[in-house]
Design a binder for this molecule. Structure first.
Ligand SMILES: [Zn+2]
Length: 541
């Protein structure tokens, strides 16, 4: 028999049947296995079948099988250099012992091993690791299934407790030395993460960010892990990029782990046999907020998510106007679009209502791009000044005292709300007396009673909200002023740049009469802090 590559393998077929192992007679009968192997060999032009060894009635959990031993002796005498089984479970059900043969003994003896149904063929692979992977899946089917279910349950419990159980840690964090389930900040990688977010806010694309990091020689996550001496433990990390890529950057920009929030169970294997990860629906994720120290402020993270969304609507020629994607028609709420005309050699840019431009009604709302950008710059500068002043005031007072005052203020509000509820209940009760005394009619009674009841319900809703807020203040979860510090570093801007717009602005509405209205990103937070500063200064005065 001529082989394509000039090599002909002399093969032994190995057959095994055991009722103990739950083998089904029909599918795994000796005759069936024999036929299966013979069919396979007939399709190969480099294998000759020498003879078969058959262990009937012997379990696969060990290798103390008479025919198996005879086969091994014959191989050692050099009578064959290939072993073929129908599938791995015919060879053995014990992973460690089977692995020893497949990974060590057979390669040492120069024996090619083929398990037809499991696509295992050491003659087609130069890495014995590749052979062992399918092995792990099959050995003891029911055992694997039980274990898989047990582990899944255990993982879910740990996730709920906020314990980090991922096989590897996200770039920017390390596992705590004292508690390996807790995440701690890795200063070097955390700085890189911060830089990535800053660069995104400056208007860079993910590719530009990746290029910049590579140019600076900053190791990509997989590379960094290697440098730190961490081994890959997770299958899908294999083949990870050693250089930064746009995908790697996007992965970081969209990962909420950097805000201190632990989201786990986002992906899962459908069952213990299928290795491929699938996305799980969002409501099945296990999310633990404030789980660990954040690297990125919530507000910055949110701003970046907005930027990522907006990136899809940036102009085609690559020139990004600082306000692109932020302008909306004040009347029809459609996006404004940029247009330019050339008049006596000079280009004039202007924004118009997108709906009007597309011939879908509305009016032009035309606004000179230059003038609008100038006006927005002034408004942003005024806003930065305000934020800076508020921040200085709050710093003077100290964050702790501000927290104290806020809690006190909420206490007052809660107390007032409780009184309001009691008063309204009182009025409602007295209504009946008024009805009995003939002061009001039955109709009036019904209307007024309804009104008081509604008022009480509203107050109770409000009370609940206030109590929740107070809880958050006491937990130190509100009142983070860190978003303000981002603005302090800017001072007054001399020109409008996209970074500033992205950080400060949520939306800008343009009206037909050349009015415009800016919705700032942190307006609620700023307003709240100002309110408390006012309150505190009145108390002090
Ligand atoms: Zn419009």
């Amino acid at each position: 028999m001529a082989a394509k590559n000039g090599v002909t393998y002399r093969a032994f077929a190995y057959l095994r049947l055991s009722r103990e192992d739950g083998d089904k007679e029909e599918s795994n009968s000796i005759a069936n296995q024999r036929q299966f192997i013979m069919d396979y060999v007939s399709r190969q032009d480099d294998i000759v079948l020498m003879r078969e060894y058959c262990d009937d009635g012997f379990t696969g959990t060990n290798f103390e099988r008479p025919r198996f031993r005879m086969m091994m002796s014959a191989i050692e005498r050099g009578e064959a250099d290939c072993v073929i089984v129908k599938d791995l479970s015919r060879f053995g059900r014990d992973y460690i012992d089977s692995g020893k043969y497949i990974q060590k003994i057979f390669p040492m003896l120069g024996v090619r091993f083929i398990a037809i149904n499991d696509n295992v063929d050491s003659g087609r692979s130069d890495r014995s690791d590749d052979l062992i992977i399918p092995f792990k899946n099959l050995i003891n089917d029911s055992y694997c299934r039980d274990l898989s279910l047990k582990l899944r349950g255990q993982f879910r419990v740990q996730r709920k407790k906020g314990e980090y159980i991922g096989a590897y840690v996200f770039f920017g964090y390390v596992k705590s030395k004292t508690d390996r389930h807790k995440l701690e900040i890795d200063p070097f990688a955390a700085d890189v993460v911060r830089e990535i977010f800053q660069m995104k806010l400056k208007g860079n694309s993910q590719q530009q960010i990746a290029d910049d990091l590579n140019a600076k020689g900053i190791p990509a996550p997989a590379e960094y892990k290697k440098l730190c001496g961490l081994k890959y433990q997770s299958g899908f990390q294999q083949g990870a990029e050693s250089c930064w890529t746009a995908v790697a950057v996007t992965r970081i920009l969209t990962n909420r782990i950097y805000t201190g929030c632990l989201e786990q169970g986002k992906r899962s294997t459908p069952n213990y046999k299928v290795k491929k990860m699938v996305e799980r629906p969002q409501d099945e994720w296990v999310v633990v907020e404030h789980n660990h120290e954040p690297i990125i402020d919530d507000k910055v993270f949110t701003a970046v998510q907005r930027v990522l969304k907006r990136d899809t609507r940036i102009s085609k020629n690559g020139v990004v106007r600082p306000l692109s994607g932020y302008l909306y028609c004040g009347d029809c709420k459609n996006q404004m679009v940029y247009r330019s005309v050339k008049r006596s050699g000079v280009i004039h840019g202007y924004y118009v209502c997108g709906a009007n431009r597309a011939g879908r009604g509305c009016s032009s709302h035309s606004f000179s791009a230059e003038k609008l950008e100038e006006a927005v710059l002034r408004a942003i500068n005024a806003w930065i000044k305000l934020v800076t002043d508020v921040r200085k005031d709050s710093q003077k007072l100290g964050d702790e005292r501000l927290k104290f005052y806020r809690a006190q203020r909420y206490d007052d509000l809660i107390e007032a709300k409780r009184r309001e509820i009691d008063d309204n209940k009182d009025y409602r009760m007295k209504l009946y007396e008024s009805l009995v005394d003939g002061v009001i009619t039955r109709e009036e009674y019904v209307t007024l009673r309804q009104r008081y009841t509604q008022k009480i319900e509203e107050c109770q809703e409000e009370l609940k909200r206030l109590e929740e807020e107070l809880g958050k203040i006491n937990d130190g979860l509100l009142m983070s002023c860190s978003w303000m510090d981002h603005f302090l570093q800017y001072g007054q801007a001399e020109s409008l740049n996209r970074e500033l717009v992205m950080l400060a602005v949520d939306q800008i509405f343009i009206y037909e009469d050349k009015r415009f209205e800016i919705v700032f990103n942190f307006k609620d937070e700023l307003e709240e802090i100002r309110k408390y500063l006012d309150y505190v200064s009145k108390e002090a005065g």
